[in-house]
Design a protein around this ligand. Structure first.
Ligand code: PLP
Length: 378
């Protein structure tokens, strides 16, 4: 498997910092806010109350019920809490999906640019990633025709990620439905990674493919988690919503794999889901400003072309006009401007001319990063 370039760059930036260099980290997809106090308090209270033992492998009934309430309240989707299997982050749920569903001979369709863990997980399960290339002419969105042409008798799964990491693209509800229609027609399951659901800007609108019709819902496994929206990256808490007929097998897999997720943090999860979203509103206000700041700043640099992302917290500019490809540009940024970013090739080999900036960083850091890059671009 390939190592995670995002984590490698974050580690390199830390190393340079430890050696006394000033490095601004715009590589990692990690909100720079603290976890809201009421969430922390719930986990601390759970520890004080003695919740220090194994929980059921699929998660506590209370957390699974809180997740089901979230889907009902926010997405109009009814699920039996039994269908929800809690995991150590959204990443763990993606892995569970691959291990539960895929084996040698299976193909998993992944639109590129993609979150870099998807193909590695598919390969780990013994299956083959089938990459569909997209370009900025469709805002890096896969079309129903592309999807239909990629499906064959070996297709096991289609991975949909909106809002997207790394491009920040958000599919419209109509686009989501059209892709779901193809999967329903062809009998293909969808893994819908909705981890950035709450990070949406301007006119963009989040739509879960499961919400398009009961048939779409039956073809969809939603993967989700608290890391991004509640600033809970280090807590490791997520879940997937499984079709009823798979639950028993997946629970057996969990029992023999990780036993259960940390007991006390599951109480933090309930507090997050049932509590106020004020912290998200606050964070989104900041992210909206940073989105504009970083895109305007990048567009003011000769040779860089950056569209406004509709969601998540990533800007994905084309840097071809600088005379460098994405990898050369990212290296120069790190070593000469002291700014850590991720080259586009990490997210698919055709994205050579792109780089990913995370704007989950302070406005001061973003402004300084733009200044530094401007200097080395003259
Ligand atoms: N899915 C996507 C698209 C992501 O970008 C990430 C994290 O970067 C995850 C899933 C995993 O998130 P978690 O921290 O909950 O494992």
């Amino acid at each position: 498997m390939a190592p995670s370039m995002t984590l490698a760059i974050t580690a390199k930036a830390k190393e340079l910092r430890a050696a006394g260099e000033d490095v601004i980290g715009l590589g990692a997809g990690e909100p720079d806010f603290d976890t809201p106090e009421h969430i922390k308090a719930a986990a601390v209270q759970a520890l004080a109350d003695g919740f220090t033992k194994y929980t059921p492998a699929a998660g506590t009934p209370e957390l699974r019920a809180a997740v089901a309430r979230k889907f009902e309240r926010e997405n109009g989707l009814s699920y039996d809490p039994q269908q929800i299997i809690v995991s150590s982050g959204g990443k763990h749920s993606c892995y569970n999906v691959m291990m539960a569903l895929c084996q040698a001979g299976d193909e998993v369709i992944i639109p590129a640019p993609y979150w870099l863990s998807y193909p590695e997980m598919v390969t780990l399960a013994g299956a083959t990633p089938k990459i569909i290339e997209t370009t900025d002419t469709t805002e890096f969105k896969v079309t129903p025709d592309q999807l239909r042409n990629a499906i064959n008798e070996n297709t096991r799964l289609f991975i949909l990620n909106s809002p997207s990491n790394p491009t920040g693209s958000v599919y419209t509800p109509e686009e989501i439905k059209a892709l779901g229609d193809v999967c329903v027609e062809k009998g293909v399951l969808i893994m819908s990674d909705e981890i950035y659901e709450k990070l949406i800007y301007g006119d963009a609108k989040f739509q879960s493919v499961a919400g398009c019709s009961p048939e779409h819902q039956a073809h969809t496994i939603i993967v989700h988690g608290l890391a991004k929206a509640y600033s809970m990256t280090g807590w490791r808490l997520g879940w997937a919503v499984w079709p009823k007929k798979l639950i028993e097998q997946v629970i057996k897999f969990c029992v023999n794999n990780h036993s259960c997720v940390n007991a006390a943090i599951q109480f933090g999860g309930i507090a997050a889901l049932d509590g106020t979203d004020d912290s998200i509103d606050y964070m989104m206000e900041k992210f909206s400003k940073r989105r504009k700041l970083i895109c305007d700043g990048l567009n003011s640099i000769k040779g860089i072309d950056c569209s406004l992302p509709g969601g998540a917290f990533y800007a994905f500019p084309n840097v071809k006009g600088t005379g460098m490809n994405g990898e050369e540009f990212a290296k120069k940024c790190l070593h000469e401007a002291g700014v850590a970013i991720v080259p586009g090739v990490s997210f698919g080999k055709k994205a050579v001319d792109y780089v990913r900036f995370s704007f989950a960083a302070s406005q001061d850091d973003i402004s300084q990063a733009i200044e530094n890059i401007k200097k080395i671009s003259q």
